[in-house]
Design a protein. Structure first.
Length: 191
């Protein structure tokens, strides 16, 4: 009796996916059920992926052959999975944060600038305190390192400008135009 019809159960043939070696300095773990195979990749201790792999790869059965795919929504599957390289964690990360605020005037006193610096630093350090080591004074995260510049959006914004309005001239100042003047003008002569 063929296996496919044993006890009324239906069995399908699983088509294996092409072999892909484990990442350099890493390994692959796979789990299989009757028709599918699921794999995840990991790095050995002291190594990290060159780029982030998919969390789970699956061998999908397509037209009597296996094809590696993932559950992600990305339309581009970066495959084969990435290799692992020696981890290099930075002891110090330097970065600058640039915030832009709209204001009606750049004319603030030195005391107002200092108060603004203090208020900004207090709020920033409070937010970053939730991430250990993110804003430590020993690493330069201090109120003294907050700089405030007030710059116009466009170079002309800081220069006072005079705007001209179109104003209709009073009727008595309008030049009276005779019909022969209009004829001469239409033939290319100026009034």
């Amino acid at each position: 009796m063929p296996l496919e019809s044993f006890m009324g159960a239906n069995f399908s043939t699983a088509y294996p996916c092409p072999y892909v070696p484990p990442p350099k300095n890493g390994f692959v773990t796979c789990d299989s059920d009757t028709e599918r195979q699921f794999c995840s990749v990991y790095c050995d201790k002291g190594f990290d992926f060159v780029f982030n792999p998919e969390p789970l790869y699956r061998c999908k059965q397509v037209a009597k052959r296996g094809s590696w795919t993932t559950f992600g929504r990305s339309k581009t599957l970066r495959f084969p999975w990435p290799d692992c390289a020696v981890s290099s964690k930075s002891k110090k990360t330097d970065f600058a944060i640039d915030f832009k605020f709209a204001t009606n005037s750049c004319q603030i006193s030195a005391a107002q600038k200092e108060a603004l610096k203090k208020k900004f630093y207090e709020r920033l350090s409070k937010k970053l305190s939730k991430i250990p080591g993110m804003c430590e004074a020993s690493r330069g995260c201090t109120e003294d390192n907050v700089a405030i510049d007030c710059k116009p959006k466009k170079p002309l914004d800081s220069t006072p400008r005079v705007h001209r309005r179109d104003v209709a001239r009073p009727r008595d100042l309008l030049r009276r135009v005779r019909s022969d003047d209009l004829l001469r003008h239409s033939r290319g002569r100026r009034l």
